[in-house]
Design a protein around this ligand. Sequence first.
Ligand code: IDC
Length: 508
Amino acid sequence: MKKRIFFLAIVFVMMICGCAYGFSDVNNGDWFYENVTDMTDSGYLSGYEDGTFRPAGIITKAELVSVVGRVSGLTQKSAQTNHWASGMLQAALDAQYYDWDEIPPTGETFNEPITRQLAIKIVMKAFLPDERGDYNQAANSVSDFSNLDGRYYDTVIAAYSNGIVFGDDNGQLNPKSPITRAEACAIIMRAANKKGNLSPYEPPVSTEPAAPVTARSGGVSENGYLHVDGTRLVNERGEAVQLKGMSSHGLQWFGNFATENAIKATADYGANLFRLAMYTGEGGYLSDRSVKDTLINAVDSAIRQDMYVIIDWHILSDGDPLANADAAAEFFAEVSARYADNPAVLYEICNEPNGNVTWDGNVKPYAERIIPVIRANSNGIILVGSPTWSQDLHEAARNPLSGENIMYTCHFYAGTHTDWLRQRIVDCGLPVFVSEWGTSAADGNGGVYLEEAQRWIDFMNGRGISWANWSLCDKNESSAALKAGANVSDGISDSELTDSGKFVFGNF
Ligand code: IDC
């Protein structure tokens, strides 16, 4: 259900999660009751936060194509724009649901209301492309048939003859008027039911490798493959590079802030890194494999934004990385194969070992098992944690891993960790990557401690240490970068940033 809500949050930009039942404006006697209920029950479409469905509201081209694409089982493709629906629009265009000029993939008209004639054509092409109808019958029953554009004759006639569309009480189709949400539900559900095989809901995961849409300063297209040189991170040309960006919160909870628009918004503020915290426990990957699809979509999004991206196996309640090493090996085999030799991707193999674990006895043996799995596909940067929530760099330094392009993570929270942890970084002599830090105390709340955070920023800048900040979400905790209810579908405005968010975004 969480995943479903996540998808819907993308599909219907203005809507947040809604309940499938009991919309205050959808009643049992309404002509669209069954269609709307089917649609919302299946998770293809959602209502609004205030408990309404708004059946008479209009629907945009992007919204209609997205829903039709989902119900008909299309997979998103790489697209020309960063619009939230562009991947599905491209897939629908390629599948010839509509023609180039009807909704140009360049995006200018994505947010316009869709006409009834075009909506009917798209629905017929998606579900019943081979159906035909009787011209005379349709022309007689539609009193304004002559208002149709000629290119829609065939599909509208077929729609009438197959009981997908009925005119209004006056027998009018109003082909060039916008279609309402209730009407869209009705024609989509009728056509899909007639076809007979509704595709089950699956989060959209593209099979095509993503590629940057626009080159950004400090991005992957500029720096290419990363390497470790001594204690420094360097680019393809051997020049020092510092990555800065946000970490997601747990993807099982806050996947709605790891969307392409959210990630793009951080890049627009200057970030060249995004970290995806895929929790293993607490309702994460080990109990819900679909979190991986959220992750993959987000990795693809970051790649399209020309950003470096960390795939974080976010152990936390499961403090010993060895406890789920089999699942980790399987996971990293899969994702490293998908992103084989992609210069954008970094692998963080264990967020924060904690509890009764040691470097020698738990973390190092785990790393020695997982690193070769990744190396079979990629020579990219691998980030390794250490005991005590990735603070025991001194333990790792005594018995470091062998091999190239390995860095050690140090995690700090400004309200808890100060000079002594900076000193550990200086003393350890290892290549260090701060893949998670917060302006709060270590529990993610309290403060914020911006003076100490500034000391850390100065320290990291001075040593060229890369970082990702915890976290891009709107949870009511001080480490969250966004205020409650922030809407990231249209970017992130200054007024949506918390004190922490303002400080961090100002430091990209
Ligand atoms: C915290 C979240 C909080 C959540 C908690 C448990 O901020 O909302 O309830 O995890 O899942 C870490 C962890 C990171 C923590 C964060 C703050 O990597 O998952 O997030 N923190 O406590 N290490 C040190 C601090």
